[in-house]
Design a protein. Sequence first.
Length: 308
Amino acid sequence: MEVTAEDIGTVRAFNRFYTGVMGVLGEGLVRSPYSLTEARVIFELAQREDAEVLALRRALDLDAGYLSRMLARFEADGLVVRERAAGDARRQIARLTPRGREVFAMLDERTAAEIRGLLDGLPAADRGRLLAAMRTVHGILGDRARPEDGPVLRPLRPGDLGWVVERNGALYDEECGWDRTYEALVASVVADYVRDHDPERENAWIAESGGVRVGAVFCVKREEDVAQLRLLHVEPDARGTGVGAALVDACVRFAAEAGYAEIMLWTTALQRAAHRLYERAGFVLEDEEPPVERFGDVVHGQVWRKKL
């Protein structure tokens, strides 16, 4: 999809708004004599005993002359010392002096106080939405969690059940064309889980990557000795990173530990990517139902089972 002038305007408006909120357009960052870029350099130098100037320039994407002039000012102010690397005079090393580390501590403390003040002024729900949105921006534009890091699975928290219903409804509409009756079914499954929940024999997990929800699954009692895997979903951007396999594995392990003899699930012939997950986890396709009209579509139901 082509980037529109409206898209560009949205990003520019956000940049102007956010830099104003964070106070980086004033004469100094957090009421100090240092600009945002100068504070970034001080922060980077504070993370290590010494830093190679070339590596510092590349990490911060700064012009060589601009960085050199900045370090010279810091040196004149007693914040930084520069010297040639031992054994290689071509490499220049910079490090913070004790005075420089005092300045870093001041900047760090004032920045944390301003952020705390910003967050303290928000209701808890708005604060959670804001932090989740920030993680999303960071994940898309910055260091997205690497697949090899693996997802983090956690128990349900307030708000997760509504998210499960919303995301199932939205994803199955986008990817399968299913109507709102599917979302209503998901809502009823979630409501039943809460209403009749047996913590010894039922459980649910949210998968997170980089602090952002990327999937979910429920393990519920089907019969006395049969568990059922329900409502498995993985966000599109997280597919292929091990999230689905981790959720299925958690469900199977819990069912075995809870004393079930078997675990089953219902899916449709359309969910081929999920079929591969189930096969790898040891599920076997046991029954294919005749096509029926459901969710505004013709659905070919399937029942998969695994002995525990």
